[in-house]
Design a binder for this molecule. Sequence first.
Ligand SMILES: C[S@@+](CC[C@H](N)C(=O)[O-])C[C@H]1O[C@@H](n2cnc3c(N)ncnc32)[C@H](O)[C@@H]1O
Length: 307
Amino acid sequence: MLPFDQSKRNCFQRCICDGDLVIVYERHDNMKAIKVTNGSEFQNRFGVFKHSDWIGKSFGCKVLSNKGGFVYLLAPTPELWTLVLSHRTQILYIADISFVVTYLEIVPGCLVLESGTGSGSLTTSLARAVAPSGHVHTFDFHEQRAALARDDFEKNGMSSLITVSVRDIQGEGFPEEFCGAADSVFLDLPQPWLALPSVARMLKQDGIVCSFSPCIEQVQRSCETLRSNFTDIRTFEILLRTYEIREERLRVDDDSKGSPVGSLPRKRRQSEENYGSTEKPSSIMARPCRETKGHTGYLTFARLECN
Ligand SMILES: C[S@@+](CC[C@H](N)C(=O)[O-])C[C@H]1O[C@@H](n2cnc3c(N)ncnc32)[C@H](O)[C@@H]1O
């Protein structure tokens, strides 16, 4: 997951080895994380794929099944991990994650505190952002979730950058050993305002907190508490619109579906048909996806007030 670290096994400028994690990509909505094991096979509707055929190939390569079907073997980046991990809780997705990492100003070497860990979707991206010299300490009060997250970080190669602990952060706050040491803190908790006095003690001067809440009432309550120790309090809702891109044959008489981006104007379409070609022209169409996700939650950021 750390493509820039040439000294580590998990640099992707090398070939796939026995024991590596790869993302087997069929389509953008059909991917699976698989550990490459010499002697094992992967099977899908396109046939049987031998892992031994994958060893020695480059990340990103296309590999064939016994029936001539194919999949791609992608490097397991945090962005793809978010799409393939097993959901034990609600998770953060790329639009929110990228904004959180940027707005929290997380760079290599940072010390980041997080609670709750949940399924570890955000944690994996936080870890990649602080690597190679920083660290993420993540806390969840649910023992089994914490243990499964630890297993996942072993699996995806991020465990040296992440420490998972079991702790009730709303009840006890973050451990005092991190007092004044955190560059940033991220909360995804049902009652984040209970943890905010502890967050204020953990942050370095000028440090930033972010709290993710699905409901605006939680945001309002958090903001009230933030006002006593924090400044520059700002709330964002990240809305992402994805587009479906595909090649389509044009129908000159069909205006009933409206005009997707990329369709040809009626006049031009007709004149192209009049050239006498028996083939209908085709064009690349771009339409907003119907199932685009809307609201995920609100992200509230605030900076610790300097004394
Ligand atoms: C929605 S999940 C977090 C998902 C995570 N952000 C991700 O992207 O995978 C919320 C987590 O907070 C944990 N949690 C709830 N209350 C807590 C508390 N008081 N202290 C610590 N963790 C808590 C839950 O067990 C749950 O795993």
